[in-house]
Design a protein around this ligand. Structure first.
Ligand SMILES: *[C@@H]1O[C@H](CO)[C@@H](O)[C@H](O)[C@H]1NC(C)=O
Ligand SMILES: *[C@@H]1O[C@H](CO)[C@@H](O)[C@H](O)[C@H]1NC(C)=O
Ligand SMILES: *[C@@H]1O[C@H](CO)[C@@H](O)[C@H](O)[C@H]1NC(C)=O
Length: 343
C-alpha cells in the first residue's frame, strides 16, 4: 500500500511539474497582455449553499449573551498516548460523553465558539475504527472549544467503495443542515494525537494529516494530500468539489490536491509536531480494491476537474439517522453505469 502510494505520488509530482511549466508560460503571457476584467472570486450569491441558519430558539429558551471563547483554548493538552481498549463499545463511548447531543453535535456552553466545523467521515464496514475514532475525536474537538457535528457518510450496497463521491454527498447533506464554516474530510482510521492541531479552516485548503505513524511521522511525498483535509465551503466550490470517477483505493486524494493547485490555491499545513496521527492497522478491505485505472484518471485531472465534481449530483440518500455520537447518512452512490444500473 505504501509503495503504490508513492507511485501515485510520483505521478502526481510529474503532473504538477508539467502544470507548473504550463502555468508559468501562462503567467509570462499574461504579463504582456493588457489587463482583462476577470471575475475570479465566486461571489457569495453564486454560491450554491446559502441561507441556512441555526435552529431557531425553542420555546422558553432565551438568547443568552455569553463571551466569545478565547482564541487559544485553555483546555488543550498537547500530545496524548493512545490505547485501544478491546472492551470498548459504542454504548460505552456514548456514556463517556453525555454532553454530545443527538447527531454527534456539540458546542461549548460557557463561551461562544469561534468556529463551526463539520466532520465528514466516509464509511463502510469499519465500525471498529469508527468506535475508536469517535472515542478520541469527541474530546479532541471539545478541548478545542468548537461548535461541531460529526457526519458518517455510509456507502450502501456492496459495490466498490467511492470515497470522493461519499465526501461530495457529505458536503451537500451537511450544508443543508447548517451553514458550516469549515468542512473536515476525515479518514475513519486516522486518530489525531495532538489537540493543538486545530480543526478550523484557513485562507487556503488545509492538509492536517501530515505526520502519520505509518509514514514515520513525516510526509510520504511533498504533494501528499490524503488522510484529513479541510476546506471552507467556498474553497470546496472553487475546486468543483471532488472527482466522482475514482472507484476503489488510490489517487483520489492526489486528484484533490491537484484540483487545489489548478484552482490557483495553496495548501496550508500545521507543523509536523502538531499534525500527528496514528493509523489503526487493518487489512485491505474487500469492496475497496486497488483502482487499476487510478493513474489514468490522475493524468486526466487537469481536463476533468471542471467537468466532474460538485456540479454533478451522483448520489441519493437512503436514510438519515441522528445517533448519539454521529449522524449516519446512508447513500447510494451507484456504479460507473449510473445510480440505477439495469438489473
Ligand atoms: C506517553 O508515553 C511516553 C513514553 O511511554 C511518556 O514518556 C509520556 O509521558 C506519555 N505521555 C502522556 C501524555 O501520557
Ligand atoms: C451484500 O453482500 C452480502 C453478503 O455477501 C449479501 O448478504 C447482501 O445481500 C449484499 N447486499 C446487496 C445490497 O447486494
Ligand atoms: C448507517 O445506517 C445504515 C442503514 O440503516 C446501516 O446499514 C449502517 O450500518 C449504519 N452505519 C453506521 C456506521 O451507523
Amino acid at each position: 500500500m505504501v509503495k503504490s502510494k508513492v507511485v501515485c505520488g510520483f505521478l502526481g509530482l510529474f503532473v504538477y511539474m508539467v502544470l507548473s511549466e504550463l502555468l508559468f508560460l501562462d503567467y509570462l503571457q499574461k504579463m504582456f497582455q493588457s489587463p482583462k476584467k476577470k471575475n475570479i472570486e465566486i461571489s457569495r450569491r453564486n454560491y450554491m449553499y446559502e441561507s441556512y441558519t441555526d435552529a431557531p430558539l425553542t420555546k422558553g429558551q432565551k438568547k443568552e449573551v455569553i463571551p466569545l471563547c478565547p482564541i487559544t483554548s485553555p483546555l488543550l493538552r498537547g500530545p496524548i498516548n493512545l490505547t485501544f481498549p478491546s472492551e470498548l463499545t459504542f454504548a460505552k463511548v456514548e456514556q463517556k460523553y453525555p454532553q454530545v447531543e443527538l447527531g454527534g453535535r456539540y458546542r461549548p456552553h460557557d463561551c461562544q465558539a469561534r468556529h463551526r466545523t463539520a466532520i465528514i467521515i466516509p464509511h463502510r464496514d469499519r465500525e471498529l475504527h469508527l468506535k475508536f475514532l469517535l472515542y478520541y475525536l469527541h474530546p479532541f474537538l471539545q478541548r478545542q472549544q468548537l461548535d461541531y457535528s460529526i457526519y458518517v457518510i455510509h456507502q450502501a450496497g456492496n459495490y466498490t467503495f467511492n470515497k470522493a463521491r461519499l465526501m461530495n454527498a457529505g458536503v451537500r447533506e451537511a450544508m443543508q443542515e447548517r451553514e458550516w464554516e469549515c468542512l473536515f474530510f476525515h479518514d475513519v482510521d486516522l486518530i489525531p494525537i495532538d489537540d493543538r492541531n486545530n480543526y478550523v479552516c484557513g485562507s487556503n485548503p488545509t492538509h492536517v494529516a501530515i505526520a502519520i505513524n505509518k509514514f514515520g511521522y513525516k510526509l510520504p511525498y511533498d504533494a501528499y494530500f490524503g488522510g484529513v483535509t479541510a476546506f471552507t465551503p467556498l474553497q470546496y466550490s472553487k475546486i468543483n468539489g471532488f472527482p466522482n470517477n475514482y472507484w476503489g483505493w488510490g489517487c483520489e486524494d492526489d486528484d484533490i490536491g491537484l484540483r487545489v493547485y489548478l484552482a490557483k490555491m495553496r495548501v496550508l499545513r500545521p507543523s509536523l509536531e502538531v499534525g500527528r496521527y496514528n493509523m489503526i492497522r487493518h487489512r485491505h478491505d474487500k469492496g475497496n480494491t486497488v483502482n487499476r485505472l487510478r493513474s489514468k484518471y490522475l493524468v486526466k485531472a487537469p481536463e476533468n476537474w471542471k467537468r466532474d465534481g460538485l456540479n454533478k449530483d451522483m448520489y441519493e440518500v437512503i436514510s438519515r439517522e441522528r445517533l448519539p455520537l454521529y449522524t449516519n447518512i446512508t447513500v447510494n452512490v451507484g456504479t460507473p453505469a449510473g445510480l440505477h444500473p439495469p438489473p
